[in-house]
Design a protein around this ligand. Structure first.
Ligand SMILES: [Zn+2]
Length: 289
């Protein structure tokens, strides 16, 4: 079993929120030499990752606020004085992109085409400022910096319809963005469950050993499998209920009870009801077509 090195750099930011004040705590983890993740410990925020090379730094996701992004930059500066050359946004959710502005000096901010558009649209809708990607792609993009060769892959609609994950074959590591949460019930509000399962099947087949998830601690390949199994079980239980013509409230009660056995210890079990509704809507619609 591989143990990931905790660098014991804990970060705590106090932020005012609508209902009061809360803490966003994160910890820096060395996933592999020169590849780090700032891991959110609360279950509410998202992780960031960065790769230090002799030609500069690549940052993947910038977290949910300027303050959180500043912590990432501070951690980078403890490792290297090289400039941040590339910033990659795994998808458009606020907790992944809100720190982009802190890395404005980066030459390029990259996102999948749909994520780039959604970043701008959502910011306009919510009347907040954002620094969107200035380079986008549809299916695949390769990045080279120093000795690092990254493959940015859009797997089709999954957690959102503009996801990307980063695969570095030489180092057998995947930085998954929103596609994998480690022992956290995912947010499915913008998801396509069927297509997300297919994306995880594809990811599970890649030759990789270390997984940096979008949420939760760094792990190995089993955390991809675990995420895939959660979605597959959600799909199966909801489809069983649809086969039995059980209405939505009945399905929520029944499926929640089934999922509880295995997933009640995961963070954000409070999302289960909305996950079941999402699956019910998606798979009912499939039966009508
Ligand atoms: Zn997300």
């Amino acid at each position: 079993m591989r143990f990931f090195k905790c660098l014991c750099v804990g970060f705590l930011v106090w932020m005012s929120a609508a209902g009061g004040v809360f803490a966003q705590e994160a910890r820096l983890t060395e996933a592999l030499p020169n590849i780090y993740s700032m891991v959110d410990l609360t279950g509410n925020g998202a992780n960031a990752a960065f790769i230090t090379t002799k030609e500069g730094v690549i940052v993947i996701d910038t977290r949910g606020s300027k303050q959180e992004a500043a912590q990432v930059l501070k951690a980078i500066r403890k490792m290297t004085n090289q400039p941040v050359v590339y910033v990659v946004n795994s998808h458009f959710h606020k907790e992944n992109i809100s720190g982009n502005g802190v890395f404005k000096s980066a030459r390029t901010i990259i996102a999948q085409k749909r994520a780039q558009a959604m970043t701008v649209l959502e910011a306009e809708r919510e009347k907040r400022k954002v620094t969107p990607a200035n380079l986008s792609f549809k299916k695949k993009l390769e990045l080279k910096l120093g000795k690092y060769h990254l493959k940015l892959i859009h797997p089709g609609p999954a957690h959102t319809d503009g996801d990307l994950y980063v695969y570095i074959p030489k180092w057998r590591i995947i930085i998954t963005g929103g596609l994998v949460s480690n022992r956290i019930i995912p947010f499915l509000g913008d998801s396509n469950i069927e297509s997300w399962i297919n994306a995880l099947v594809e990811m599970d087949d890649l030759d990789a050993e270390v997984i940096v998830p979008g949420h939760g601690p760094v792990g190995g390949k089993p955390i991809v499998t675990q995420m895939k199994h959660y979605l597959m079980e959600l799909k199966r239980f909801v489809n069983d209920a649809l086969d039995d013509r059980i209405n939505l409230p009945g399905t929520i009660t029944l499926v929640k009870e089934k999922l509880k056995a295995k997933y009640s210890k995961w963070k954000h079990f409070d999302r289960i009801d909305e996950n079941i509704v999402r699956a019910y809507v998606e798979y009912s619609a499939k039966r009508r077509t």
